[in-house]
Design a protein around this ligand. Structure first.
Ligand code: ATP
Length: 340
């Protein structure tokens, strides 16, 4: 089921729109992430797709059907929310069966039990149907929540920070698992997150929002390799920022001259991610002094300071023999420049 948002806006207080003229197409069977900082309108968009809230302007289509004003109960969507708690007094099986009792045509008890067993298998919790939510882990509870959302055979699956409350390792496992389930079922899925790594790992397409507007949409490769603005570049991960002057297709970076294209002459900002800078004891680049070395499992993060006090972060291989206090130069391997 394809979902189309056509120029939707939502004004809560009549002044600043929470969602501002958003148009977006979510192809059938795709997994799309809405990514943006707190307050950028992600949840409001998701709620309008769900039928829990309605746009002040614009149209939402499910396939060719105008779904803009169809209420939640008739929209055929399944949700998983971060705090969409399971019913504590019901077993996992009863939680999953809950929405199925209201389905039409009515399912027999045996059909419901068979479907519940199938869903428990799908979310890798076979045999645990008689447990209560308090008897399983947080990650397992979110898997039950997904089984419950899928029980009603939704046309569309909506997930709002479903792993937000879980620790990093569990989140990573659940991410991989959710992608597998999505690929197995092929259900059109819209996923809200403020975690760029989660969006990039999971989604076919990432839609980046800022203040209620889409600022960029594309595959993870497109948005990471070709961020369209400083906001997107900074939001997608650590980046060092240098003020430079562009002149005739180049910018001075310390004693080096870097090629710049598509940016007019004048003041500009040069961005380089920590992995895109190298540390050398001599050569061309920006002079700096190592202030700190942070050892990480797969790299060493160097914090260098330039003579004018700018702190710069860069990554070196785990075995790099760098010491605090060392003098050297920062060389840019890759960079991106935006007009200031
Ligand atoms: P978060 O990541 O913090 O959940 P979000 O990107 O999902 O943020 P929304 O919850 O969609 O953002 O909120 C967008 C804007 O709309 C915010 O400024 C918020 O304060 C406002 N807003 C959301 N719901 C309402 C409401 N019911 N009444 C008034 N304003 C609201």
């Amino acid at each position: 089921m394809k979902i189309s948002l056509e120029g939707i806006s939502r004004l809560f207080d009549g002044t600043v729109p929470a969602v501002d003229d958003v148009s977006l197409e979510i192809g059938s069977g795709r997994l799309v992430a809405l990514l943006g900082p707190s307050g950028s309108g992600k949840t409001t968009i998701l709620r309008m797709v769900a039928g829990l809230d309605f746009p002040d302007r614009g149209t939402i289509r499910f396939g060719a059907e105008d779904a803009t004003t169809i209420p939640v109960a008739r929209r055929g969507v399944g949700f998983v929310f971060q705090h969409y708690a399971l019913f504590p007094h019901m077993t996992l099986a009863e939680n999953i069966a809950f929405g199925m009792e209201a389905l039409t045509p009515k399912r027999t008890k045996a059909a419901i039990a068979a479907r519940v067993a199938e869903l428990l298998g799908l979310v890798r919790l076979a045999g645990l149907g008689d447990r209560f939510p308090a008897q399983i882990s947080g990650g397992q509870r979110q898997r039950v929540a997904l089984a419950r959302a899928l029980a009603v055979e939704p046309r569309v699956l909506l997930l709002d920070e479903p792993f937000g409350a879980l620790d990093a390792a569990v989140r990573r496992d659940l991410r991989r698992w959710l992608r597998e389930i999505h690929d197995e079922l092929g259900i059109t899925t819209l996923f809200v997150t403020h975690d760029q790594e989660e969006a990039l790992d999971l989604a076919d397409e990432v839609v980046i929002l800022q203040a209620g507007r889409i600022v960029q949409a594309g595959t993870p490769a497109e948005v990471t390799r070709r961020p369209g603005s400083p906001f997107v570049l900074e939001f997608l991960g650590d980046a060092n920022r240098f003020e430079v002057v562009v002149e005739g297709g180049g910018a001075r970076f310390g004693s080096a001259r870097l090629a710049v294209s598509g940016v007019p002459d004048g003041r500009a900002i040069l961005y380089a991610r920590p992995r895109d800078l190298a540390w050398a004891t001599g050569g061309e680049g920006v002079s700096a002094r190592i202030q700190r070395v942070l050892d990480r499992p797969d790299s060493r993060r160097l914090v260098a300071v330039t003579p004018d006090g700018l702190a710069v972060e860069l990554d070196a291989p785990p075995e790099a023999p760098v010491r605090p206090g060392e003098e050297g130069v920062l060389a840019a391997l890759r960079w991106q420049v935006f007009p200031a």
